[in-house]
Design a protein around this ligand. Structure first.
Ligand SMILES: [Zn+2]
Length: 239
């Protein structure tokens, strides 16, 4: 069984939208429940003209406050999962792009919960921990869509390399419900920066994190260990 603790991460989807940015930046700075929230951030999209300089300025603020990670949207800002091409190649490219700018990510989350063996091996080679596995089944995915299922941290073996896997266990809504009922030993709450535009959801999240922060040891996502070894295929939904 995993060491009982709780971690929190945000998929930072729209850091260039001023309203979304202020909402997440304020929340991360306030450390709700005492948590250092990991920012898993989508890089700027050159094709849609997103500003690189503003993105870098904001990403550096997030990285100074807590764990910093990459959130790849393979199909552009509005389409998270890959539509073909070389998913692992884009991840390698984006990690190198961040690294060149002094923002080396320690964590990763695949857009739309997408993960395959090549992407996993690439992350393992780059020494980046993965947060794409989920303890729950995302409702919008087709049955058999490539993703990972895990309820606790693990060390995934892919051929010769191994990947530290730190699954998400609770969405914002799930966290608000679980905060006052049953909580597993390992809790990883994730949310989207865009969720915070809704004042009710923003308050629900801050409240849930305060309650969970009293019930579990608060940990930084980048400090978690991988746990027991497991073959990648044992956690993957697709061959
Ligand atoms: Zn996303």
């Amino acid at each position: 069984m995993a060491d009982a603790c709780a971690v929190v991460s945000c998929h930072v989807e729209q850091p260039l939208d001023d309203r979304v940015w202020s909402a997440f930046s304020d929340l991360q700075a306030s450390r709700p429940g005492g948590f250092e929230i990991a920012a898993l951030t989508r890089p700027p999209d050159h094709e849609t003209g997103e500003s690189e300089s503003l993105w870098l300025a904001r990403a550096r603020i997030l990285a100074a406050r807590g764990p910093f990670g990459l959130h790849t949207h393979w199909g552009g800002p509005a389409h998270a999962r890959p539509t073909g091409g070389d998913p692992a190649g884009l991840v390698r490219e984006q990690v190198a792009w961040l690294d060149e700018r002094g923002l080396r990510p320690s964590l990763f989350a695949g857009g739309g919960w997408y993960m395959d063996a090549d992407v996993a091996a690439t992350l393992a080679e780059l020494g980046v921990a993965d947060c794409t596995a989920t303890a729950f089944e995302p409702s919008y995915l087709e049955p058999g869509a490539a993703r990972l299922t895990l309820a606790e941290p693990a060390t995934l073996r892919i051929g010769e390399v191994s990947l530290r896997e730190l699954p998400a266990t609770h969405s914002l809504g799930m966290a608000a419900r679980a905060a006052v009922s049953r909580l597993p030993a390992y809790v990883h709450v994730y949310f989207h920066d865009t969720d915070l535009l809704d004042a009710r959801r923003r308050r629900a999240l801050a409240w849930a994190l305060r309650v969970i922060g009293r019930r579990r040891r608060r940990e930084r996502l980048d400090r978690l260990h991988g746990g027991a070894e497991l073959a990648f295929s044992a956690a993957a939904s697709a061959p």
